[in-house]
Design a protein around this ligand. Structure first.
Ligand code: NAD
Length: 451
């Protein structure tokens, strides 16, 4: 099993050597089932390799059935071109046929690499690590600096962002075990989450394509570069099985959370919004302003049009100003609903309360009237770094007047996109087609870390 597997400490595969697993590195699934006549174990492996005709996949299936007085081993291999991940799932079902549902034990993990272990990268790594259907196979740092200790403490294998031998060696000199360069990491991954600084990631795309792994960029990259964008509630289906995508920015994610349900109810929506943006993240010393209000002198700002990369039907314009705060963004939104929308302020609030990842609170009743109290409330929840994955809507700041809906919402910029990355992994790998099921799975796995 060391020949095929690379999941250390797995009860099924023991310890696999990364050097040996490269030629045959992907375990799509394995299962143990109690068949009618006795125990049966099955293993489905698949390997993607780049051929002159593009991406191909080899599927190997091995079934070992141990019945009383009978040991049966079946092994078959076949090559397929452009096989969607769903195929291996169908195979798994086929292999498991006849077994009682309760008796099936499945292990199937998506191997996830994080390229860029910074503000977003470290959070995505933890969210992935919390899930039972995916695992972190490595994270990269550009050099042996601040952040490496955290990766070591969390048990994530550390890789260098570059393949340069000297840069890789510098990690050992600083006392860190570095498992290799980016190419080595991609060789053991199914998908890479690029969390490099904005506009840097574009240069990594070709590397990912050459390595034959799927890729997810962040909101600092342009939609034109990735050709696809993603938010869980807007376009999970459109992202199923695609080669790569971009999880839109924190602001666009926040806008989608409240606007998509309105659009789904009304079938038409025109939106004007002003984004009041934090100047810098708390851990960032290089940005500003610290003593000014800085308008974004590009109208509309990119935020509104960015929503249309995930929900083109919503007509939206935005303007933005940066202000001297580090903790949250606030959106001031006016959404014009079509005639005959049939909504009231209360029914809009009720609609949002039934959607995931939206928190609605009454400011005057709770005393949470500014972003400072929202963040204190988030820290009280106890998530790492005081994160708030949900969009915060002030109940007493929502009002529907005729066809115009007015509301404020606050966005924790460092964390609202984190669970969306997890859902995007499932979309690209084709392992969950229902966004609501994925969101529920993602959020309950993250929540279980803090129980
Ligand atoms: P960051 O600066 O905190 O982290 C980036 C990490 O990538 C650092 O560890 C850096 O050393 C590393 N890096 C540098 N060059 C690299 C390269 N060539 N390849 C790989 N890694 C490299 O940045 P961040 O805030 O985590 O932002 C990452 C992405 O997420 C950006 O696209 C950004 O726009 C987006 N985003 C950021 C926020 C936020 O509030 N911070 C919110 C939503 C989306």
């Amino acid at each position: 099993s060391g020949r095929f597997g690379h999941k250390p400490n797995s009860p099924f595969f023991g310890t696999g050597s990364p050097a040996l697993v490269q030629p045959m590195r992907r375990i799509a699934s394995c299962s143990a089932a109690w068949m009618r006549r006795g125990p049966s174990f099955s293993l489905i492996l698949n390997e993607r390799s780049t051929t002159s005709r593009g991406s191909a996949m080899m599927v190997c299936c091995c079934t070992i059935s141990i019945y009383p007085l009978l040991v049966k081993v079946q092994f078959f291999t076949f090559h397929l071109t452009q096989v969607p991940a769903i195929f291996s799932h169908l195979l798994q079902r086929f292999v498991n046929r006849g077994s009682s549902k309760a008796g099936i034990l499945r292990t199937m993990t998506i191997k996830v690499a994080i390229n860029g272990y910074g503000t977003i990268g470290k959070r995505v790594a933890d969210a992935v690590d919390a899930q039972d259907d995916m695992e972190i196979v490595g994270v990269t740092k550009t050099r042996p600096a601040f952040g490496c200790d955290l990766a070591v403490r969390k048990g994530y294998p550390l890789y260098c962002t570059f393949d340069d031998a000297d840069r890789i060696a510098s990690f050992a000199e600083a006392g860190y075990k570095c498992h290799g360069g980016l190419t080595d990491l991609l060789a053991v991954a199914d998908i890479v989450i690029d969390c490099s600084p904005g506009k840097v990631g574009a240069s990594n795309k070709e590397t990912y394509q050459k390595a034959g792994v799927k890729w997810i960029f962040q909101g600092g990259e342009k939609h034109a570069m990735t050709g696809m964008s993603y938010t869980s509630s807007a376009n999970h289906k459109e992202n199923l099985n695609v080669e790569g995508t971009r999880v839109v920015s924190c602001n666009t994610t926040g806008l989608s959370r409240t606007l998509v349900p309105l659009y789904e109810h009304c079938g038409d929506l025109q939106v004007e919004c002003t984004m009041i943006r934090r100047a810098a993240d708390p851990g960032d010393s290089s940005k500003g302003p610290i003593n000014a209000i800085k308008p974004v002198l590009k109208v509309p700002s990119h935020h509104g049009p960015d929503v249309m990369t995930v929900k083109p039907e919503i007509q939206i314009n935005s303007m933005a100003v940066a202000v001297p705060t580090t903790i949250m963004h606030v959106h001031v939104i006016v959404a014009t609903l079509p005639e005959g929308h049939g909504l009231t302020t209360e029914s809009v609030l009720s609609m949002w309360s039934q959607r995931p990842r939206i928190v609605i609170m009454n400011g005057s009743e709770t005393g949470i009237t500014t972003t400072a109290e929202v963040m204190e409330f988030a820290r009280d929840m106890g998530r790492t770094w005081g994160d708030l994955h949900e969009i915060f809507v002030w109940e007493d700041g929502v009002k529907l007047v005729g066809n115009n809906l007015y509301y404020f919402q606050a966005i924790h910029q460092e964390s609202d996109v984190i669970p969306e990355n997890v859902d995007a992994i499932r979309a690209l790998m084709g392992t969950e087609s229902d966004w609501r099921v994925s969101v529920e799975k993602t959020d309950s796995a993250i929540a279980s870390q803090f129980e």
